[in-house]
Write a protein that binds this ligand. Sequence first.
Ligand code: ZN
Length: 485
Amino acid sequence: MNPDYEKAGKEITRLRGEINRHDYLYYVLAEPEIPDHQYDALMRRLIELERAYPDLVTDDSPSRRVGGQPVSGFEQVRHSSRMLSLANSYDIDELLDFDRRVREAYGRDPEYVCELKIDGVAIALTYRNRILTRGATRGDGAVGDDVTANIRTIRSIPLSVSSDMPLDFEVRGEVYYPRAEFAEMNAGREEAGLKPFMNPRNGAAGTLKMLDPQEVARRPLRFFAYTILSDTVRLETQAQVLTLLRQGNFPTNPYWELCKGMDEVRAFLSRWNEARFDLPYDTDGVVIKLNDVTAWERLGSTAKSPRWAVAYKFSTEKALTRLLDVTWQVGRTGTVTPVAELAPVLLLGTIVKRATLHNEDEIKRLGIRKGDWVEIEKGGEIIPKVIRFIAERRPADSEEIVAPEQCPECNTRLERDEEEVAIRCPNRRCPAQVMGRISHFASRGAMDIDGLGHRTVEAIVSSGLVNDAGDLYSLTAGQVKELPG
Ligand SMILES: [Zn+2]
């Protein structure tokens, strides 16, 4: 055999092993050992060798993660067994019902594994001869889309596995978009004039449906595995399943717990109901599974969902986030209202960045400071409100919220209206008030002025041409045309 060829083969094997190990350290353990440029150098060397020796290229080489060509659509593929969706429960009573039904069917005291429910997209990964051969979306549970080329770009998903794993098996789990990376991607979309995704889950689903794997590779999707199906390994508990997945280098969510009875389940739920906001990804609940996998078949499933597991959903009308700052807004009547500027957070499917604080008294009543973790709630109003802060999480550098002495818009000294617990700008010509009055006037349909949008009103007011709605009629077309907006 050609000695160069043999040497290249050995180096290729070594490089692949190293790159896979660094991918694992980086994407699964989040403990990288080498800087990016060193990683890139390993990858460049591997690609160079594979170009020189094309017959040494294999499909599971890390250089081939992003190899697929754009496709015109996805092939429909049938799952090896139905991908069931879990029954949802929203309160403890429903969970106790679930526990009672499990006890009856199971015949003894059940142990449960509680896992965080990752708010992503369910997928099934097929491995043949320990090599990833297929990645498919859940679809309707029986048939899904073959998105293998896209799945391969997710670097926490192993393209091949060690001999610790069975030869042929299937792994199921959740593909998700980490929150910070999602926000960054969405900001880029908005800048490019594209419609932003509503939430990280939609972002993950939309990305998996993209037809060009090169594009998908630019989106930092992640994966958590939660089950393995195999004819050759017989696992007895869900705890063993998660342990085996971890041994096989699959990313599993580290926060699962074995709970003896419902009291421990409840403790897990209430702890994560708050702690989930510290995670870098969205969770929308907790999955509670009977730990004894061998009893799953006996317990069976209803038409839609298994009887041995249930999903507890966190309440979404409330969310926890950081209070970054408070700004003071001047309304059309001169009332100055505090507005909470928040770290963006998902609430009922929309991203919330601001919440109302009503007035100074409300701030005192809540006892909040800048930097606090606050709970926000969406009631009947469009704008959510701050309902409390989390005392245990107050940062050392939190700051007092001080009402301004002067109008933030026109610098006039503010007056206190004791009766209405409000502070007020007394300047009738304050631009914020003038604008508010004109917008209010225009929105009531009291006049018919085409093209009088918010921007135009702003431009007219800051030009000093008008001080009130009445002044609008004295504007000439020429004056308006010169204004921006
Ligand atoms: Zn003012």
